[in-house]
Ligand binder design. Structure first.
Ligand SMILES: Nc1ncnc2c1ncn2[C@@H]1O[C@H](COP(=O)(O)OP(=O)(O)OP(=O)(O)O)[C@@H](O)[C@H]1O
Ligand SMILES: [Mg+2]
Length: 274
């Protein structure tokens, strides 16, 4: 029997989350979601706006409590944020009052890592993302793409075994977005088989999910409606996206997003049901 199966890193069991709207009605943002993610897997969460992706990520990050169900990360129930889990939000996760290098090493400083050691780690990751030349710069001096590089360097430097990214490249132009996808994949891949971090990456962009993911989970109205393995080898090129199996997955994703027919843009907006 094969023993080559990665241990489970994340487990969700019947997780739900409701919110009370300002008008007093309830909305179920996440509805009875269960899944297991093995260590080292790169998972993309895809689904229309409002389907519960950020809510799910915030619960995994320990920033939001489930209304029901259990979340286990690395064999421990999630009861709050922890250094085992790093998050990059859509809006820049960079402190504007700290220089670039101080941003990258801040989490390590908080955990008492000695100055020389944390500087070395921060420097290594800044180099990885191509920003060693701006280590002393202030965030206001950087472009949007550079700020994202800082956020990625920071989340890797912090050493969390689970990294969660919520539409991190959504606001970037096409070319910068592709560059950043490469930066992220190279960093993830550099740890090597057996030691890679587990990544949960939220995106609206079907091609981004196809380029990045080992597995794509699709959400609609708070429910997980599909879970698709992407077995195409890496590095993936623009040609990889044209392989028949990729085209088939893309067809499925577009169908889930309501974009496979002349449905109009209304079909993309989702509304979680109470
Ligand atoms: N704090 C809150 N109070 C009330 N309703 C909320 C709250 N947070 C989220 N919701 C609702 O929960 C549902 C899911 O929201 P969520 O932000 O998780 O969606 P999403 O999939 O991340 O959408 P997007 O792609 O637009 O970021 C939506 O209907 C939203 O209005
Ligand atoms: Mg969101």
């Amino acid at each position: 029997m094969s023993t080559n199966v990665a241990p489970r890193m994340i487990e969700l069991v019947h997780v739900e989350r409701s919110f009370r709207r300002a008008d007093g009605t309830d909305v179920k943002a996440v509805n009875d979601v269960s899944f297991v993610i093995p260590e080292g897997e790169f998972v993309c969460l895809v689904g229309p706006s409002g389907c519960g992706k950020s809510t799910l990520l915030q619960m995994l990050a320990g920033l939001l409590e489930p209304s029901d169900g259990d979340i286990v990360v690395g064999n421990k129930p999630v009861t709050g944020p922890g250094p085992d889990r790093g998050v990059v939000f859509q809006k820049d996760s960079v402190f504007p009052w700290m220089r670039v290098i101080d941003n990258v090493e801040y989490g390590l400083k908080c955990r008492g890592v000695p100055a020389a050691e944390r500087r070395e780690i921060a420097w290594t990751y800044l180099k990885h993302v191509g920003l060693s030349h701006v280590e002393r710069a202030w965030p206001r001096e950087l472009s949007g793409g550079m700020l994202k590089r800082v956020a990625i360097a920071t989340v890797f430097a912090n050493g969390g075994r689970v990294l969660m990214l919520d539409e991190p490249f959504g606001a970037l132009d096409y070319v910068t977005r592709h560059q950043l996808q490469d930066v992220l994949l190279n960093l993830w891949n550099a740890d090597g088989a057996g030691t890679r971090r587990t990544v949960i990456f939220v995106t609206h962009d079907v091609d981004e999910a196809l380029s990045l993911a080992d597995r794509i989970m699709v959400f609609r109205s708070g429910n997980k409606v599909d879970d698709i393995a992407v077995k195409v080898s890496r590095p993936r090129t623009t040609d990889s996206l044209l392989l028949p199996e990729m085209v088939e997955i893309k067809r499925k994703l577009l169908h889930h997003l309501g974009l496979d027919h002349a449905a109009g843009l209304d079909a993309v907006a989702d509304e979680a049901v109470a």
